[in-house]
Design a protein around this ligand. Structure first.
Ligand code: URA
Length: 445
């Protein structure tokens, strides 16, 4: 019988717990023996005192084992998934999943709702009329056998302890703690019964990890947990200071993703997408190197097989693919123009301001019971490095909150900075981590 008071006391006093203690506590919480108020105290104690790698791995293990896994047949193809730690305009999963699947990778993707100012793949896909993300693990298994890819949401069956603890973290202000984030992400990903995982760890003001140091720490924790559980895990650290691509919203990001799959994507989105898809194709054993994987990914996009796979996913999961190719005309609630003083170039766009504004416009939720407005969002007509003149069109805003439109316009205008000469180029790809270390330190040595 677990002694919650003793474990909370140990954590409060800065002691490390062993695997059995963590597993015992989470098991007792999952079956209702430990109440929310004691778990809240434990969460805050751990948040303030820290958790080491063994404790984080035990937390992951107990959250994973609190529910079902997708299961698989012995002779099934190699399964590899991709996960992003969350950004603004991050539609990469919508591009990468069908692209890798078109190259022979089996992709079981459990996605989440938008979190804070960052968007969620589940909300984006739910903007497609009829698209279902509430598949059971049995549905997922049979779809994977049939078409080799599924993109669904976390259900009650998958890591229920994470679900309950996440809700508690939200109201006890203990979300932004690297061991909790790592265990929460990895418990869901490992429930997919995957052989490999490619992570996109975002760093910058539009990401949860605003500093490069924090992003590196999170990447290290994620890779170390994945490898501990026998899953080849690779993390790419990518820049999230400026929104990715031009659309920030749910439906409009789906439309932009289709354009990417038609070979007409923005360079930042395509760079991240091809990099991650190439890595997945290699990890799955469908290419002899990540470079060959990238070539295969580009070919799948050029030949249209990646787009065909996306349509197959949509139709298999009950969605109507027709509006993807004939998007309904949308009426902007407002347009944002550059101030008269703006001459030269866009030098910067603050992704955090764009993400927070989009969230208030209906793209995300203020409280977890809120419904998102699938058609709301922001289209950025100008991105850093592009020329501007005073009064030119910077962005279009789509929202039903008409009374607040002036505030949204001002926020988006203020998110832009301008300069007389082109700003220095900021590479979107920052570094890569696998079990042998960071790519940058291998290049340096
Ligand atoms: N995503 C998750 O799944 N969990 C977290 O805690 C943070 C991001």
């Amino acid at each position: 019988m677990v002694n919650a008071i003793r474990l909370i006391t140990s954590k409060r006093d800065g002691l490390a717990l062993d695997r059995e203690e963590i597993v015992g506590l989470i098991d007792a919480y999952t079956c209702g023996v430990v109440p929310d108020y004691q778990m809240s105290a434990f969460l805050m104690a751990a948040y303030l005192r820290g958790m080491n790698e063994t404790e984080t791995a035990a937390l992951t293990e107990s959250m994973l084992n609190s529910g079902a896994t997708m299961g698989r047949q012995i002779d099934s193809k190699s399964r590899v998934d991709k996960h992003s730690t969350g950004g603004v305009g991050d539609k990469v999963s919508l591009i990468v999943a069908p692209t890798a699947a078109a190259c022979g990778v089996c992709v079981p993707m459990i996605t989440g709702r938008g979190l804070g100012h960052t968007g969620g793949t589940q909300d984006k896909l739910s903007a497609i009329p009829g698209f279902r993300t509430d598949l059971t693990t049995a549905d997922c298994g049979s779809q994977l056998d049939r078409i080799g890819v599924v993109i669904t949401a976390q259900t009650d069956e998958i890591a229920p302890a994470d679900r309950r603890m996440y809700a508690l973290r939200d109201v006890t202000v203990t979300v932004d703690f690297i061991p909790f984030i790592a265990a929460s992400i990895m418990s869901k990903k490992l429930a997919e019964d995957i052989d490999g995982l490619v992570l996109d760890v975002k760093a910058g003001r539009g990401a949860f990890m605003a500093t490069e140091d924090d992003a590196r720490q999170l990447a290290k924790m994620l890779v170390s947990i994945g490898e501990r559980f026998g899953t080849r895990t690779i993390a790419w650290m990518t820049r999230m200071d400026v929104p990715l691509g031009r659309a920030v919203g749910n439906w409009i990001e789906v439309v932009e993703s289709v354009r990417c799959l038609q070979g007409d994507g923005e360079s930042d989105v395509m760079e991240v997408s091809i990099r991650l898809a190439g890595e997945m194709i290699h990890l799955a054993g469908c290419a002899t190197s990540a470079a060959q994987g990238r070539k295969m990914a580009q070919c799948a996009i050029n030949s249209g097989t990646a787009l065909q796979k996306f349509v197959e996913i949509v139709e298999t999961q009950g969605g109507d693919a027709r509006p993807l190719f004939q998007p309904p005309k949308m009426q902007a609630a407002a347009e944002v123009y550059a101030p008269a003083s703006a001459q030269g170039y866009v030098s910067d766009i603050d992704a955090l301001v764009v993400g927070l504004t989009a969230c208030q416009m209906g793209v995300g939720r203020r409280v977890k019971e809120d419904e998102v407005d699938p058609m709301s969002g922001i289209i950025l007509h100008k991105k850093p490095g592009e020329p501007v003149t005073g009064g030119c069109l910077l962005a279009s805003l789509y929202t039903q909150h008409e009374r607040q439109v002036r505030r949204f316009v001002a926020a988006i205008r203020n998110s832009y900075s301008f300069s007389a000469s082109p700003p220095p180029w900021q590479p979107v790809i920052m570094d890569r981590l696998d079990r042998s270390g960071w790519l940058s330190s291998r290049i340096a040595s």
